[in-house]
Design a protein around this ligand. Structure first.
Ligand SMILES: NC(=O)c1ccc[n+]([C@@H]2O[C@H](COP(=O)([O-])OP(=O)(O)OC[C@H]3O[C@@H](n4cnc5c(N)ncnc54)[C@H](O)[C@@H]3O)[C@@H](O)[C@H]2O)c1
Length: 507
């Protein structure tokens, strides 16, 4: 995020309920586990751990109070039955969240695998098939902590203002344009997406395109639908032994490289970066080298100022007569007027285009493009990454990221708060607690936090800034017998720092 720092809105003085996950790991036997469970219940009595925005402090939840009325031994047994097991592996760690406390709202028919993942973490999940308008979302978001959307729901600054308890937004799609990321950062709301879960789907469709073009399937298919039987073999080819030129050897380009070689193609590629080639693929020095060498040119670069009209009339003229072009990257990468002219002149023998400079906002008739009616031209409505498998992979990736962020504070993969990963807390040291803090990215805040934490033994600490906010995660070991008191000191101390946006404590 490259947004400038802006004047900060006044932070809410919200009091948030205790929502800290319970971590019990490496328990040698049931007695130890029972003691640990009882200790956890005692600790939860304090209500001193949880989340606090701005100067808020936490209070015990109803669930916590209910559990405190259970005799410690019985409570320990109940916890043991449900959530705490003697770990086989001493490094294994279990996290536990009170099921009643994390409310999830999933919109736009998010994959069922996401629902399962979130429910398995003990979250309460509500799903809706469609998107919500701004007003509808504002009416529902008040007590939601985890929001899942796809591309049609817009999370505006106004929505975020109403989202008093929101911790995280999961965009179950590639982009995050539909979220006001700046406003989300300023409210301490992390946003996750899944930019690469559909790479395989795009690579497979590109292979399909290559075969279809080599066999003139776009024309034969059109003729057959018109009732024309036209059995020809002239200028129809196998792809074995042909040269595939991949422009952009990233997530999709590299997958495609492996698949194409398995089909017997020779693979060359061009990328801005020097990249280790897979299999027998060869990196070429320039785009010109690739264009003049390849029988099939396929584009897998991002949309940047440098890639705008990367393939225009000049580049098309450099391509071999009778070669083919495939674009499943971004519509702006190809000058479609020049491509249409090249196809109509017969210089190119065909093209497959999945992405367009201007794409309709919704499904329906009257799509317009200079490529309509061009010979041996396969057009598709930006479906390269649209498969059930990709949706499932996106569902899994985003929901897992949200669970880990909510239950552990790990922000790896977030787009608007710094990505921080610390290894899990271990039960070998039950006095170690985790403090996470999103604060305004202004000078002097770390000094205040460190002044507070310096009274304790800091096991690990990391902090990074991104745009208007910084994220700090610290694992701190407290003194035996003073756990409750010290947790309270840390939590209250950090959440009353002026620049605090969101503080959480895990124990
Ligand atoms: N059709 C679809 O449905 C669909 C689905 C997913 C992704 N995409 C698009 O596919 C494209 C590639 O996606 P990805 O996940 O492989 O991206 P990626 O970031 O993993 O890889 C892109 C590669 O392009 C290279 N590159 C960037 N600028 C370049 C330039 N000017 N010249 C040469 N190489 C350059 C980068 O170094 C990188 O290796 C993106 O534009 C993405 O939006 C389309």
């Amino acid at each position: 995020m490259s947004k400038q720092q802006q004047p900060q809105p006044q932070q809410q003085q919200t009091t948030r309920p205790a929502t800290a996950p319970i971590t019990v790991t490496a328990l040698a036997d049931a007695d130890v586990a029972a003691q640990a469970a009882a200790a956890i219940l005692e600790r939860r009595a304090s209500g001193c751990a949880g989340d606090a925005r701005a100067s808020g402090t936490s209070t015990p939840t109803d669930e916590t109070r209910r559990q405190l009325t259970i005799a410690p031994a019985a409570a320990a047994a109940a916890l043991l039955n449900g959530t705490i097991t003697a770990a086989q592996n001493s490094k294994r760690m279990l996290h536990r969240f009170d099921q009643s406390e994390v409310k999830v709202l999933l919109l736009e028919n998010v994959s069922p695998v996401a629902v399962q993942t979130l429910e398995a973490a003990g979250f309460q999940v509500e799903t809706l098939k469609g998107a919500l308008s701004e007003d509808e979302l504002i009416a529902r978001i008040g007590d939601v902590q985890v929001l899942g959307i796809r591309s049609k729901t817009h999370v505006t600054a106004k929505v975020l203002e109403a989202a008093r308890r929101l911790l995280v937004i999961g965009c179950f799609c590639i982009g995050t344009n539909q979220v006001d990321l700046h406003a989300a950062s300023l409210r301490g709301v992390a946003c996750f997406n899944s930019p690469y879960a559909n790479s395989r789907s795009v690579a497979e469709m590109t292979i399909g395109n290559i075969v279809a073009l080599a066999r003139q399937l776009p024309d034969r298919n059109r003729e057959m639908h018109q009732g024309i039987w036209n059995k020809v073999s002239a200028n129809c080819y196998e792809i074995r032994g042909k040269t595939l030129g991949i422009v952009g050897y990233g997530h999709i380009g590299a997958q495609l490289s492996v698949l194409a070689e398995a089909m017997g193609m020779r693979v060359v590629f061009h990328d801005l970066q020097q990249i280790m080639a897979l299999g027998s693929a060869r990196q070429l020095r320039s785009l010109t080298d690739l264009l003049t060498a390849a029988d099939f040119v396929t584009l897998h670069v991002p949309e940047t100022p440098e890639t705008k009209n990367m393939i225009g009339a000049k580049e098309l003229a450099l391509m071999k007569p009778g070669s083919y072009l495939i674009n499943a990257s971004r519509g702006t990468v190809v000058d479609v007027d020049a491509l249409a002219a090249s196809l109509k002149s017969g210089h190119l023998a065909g093209a497959a285009v999945d992405v367009f400079p201007s794409e309709p906002a919704k499904n329906g008739p009257n799509f317009q493009s200079p490529l309509l009616g061009c010979p041996n031209t396969l057009l598709s409505p930006h479906i390269g990454g649209s498969t059930e498998e990709a949706q499932r992979a996106i569902g899994l990736e985003v929901s897992r990221a949200m669970v880990t962020y909510v239950t552990e504070g790990t922000s790896q993969g977030a787009v608007n708060v710094p990505g921080i990963t610390l290894r899990s807390l271990s039960a070998a040291n039950p006095l170690t607690v985790r403090v996470t803090n999103i604060h305004k990215n202004v000078p002097g805040v770390l000094k205040k936090i460190n002044k507070l934490l310096s009274h304790f033994n800091i096991e690990r600490q990391t902090s990074e800034s991104l745009g208007p906010v910084a994220y700090l995660v610290a694992d701190v070991t407290l003194e035996e017998g003073k756990l409750e008191e010290e947790l309270r000191i840390i939590h209250q101390g950090i959440s009353t720092i002026e620049e605090n946006i969101l503080s959480r404590v895990f124990y």
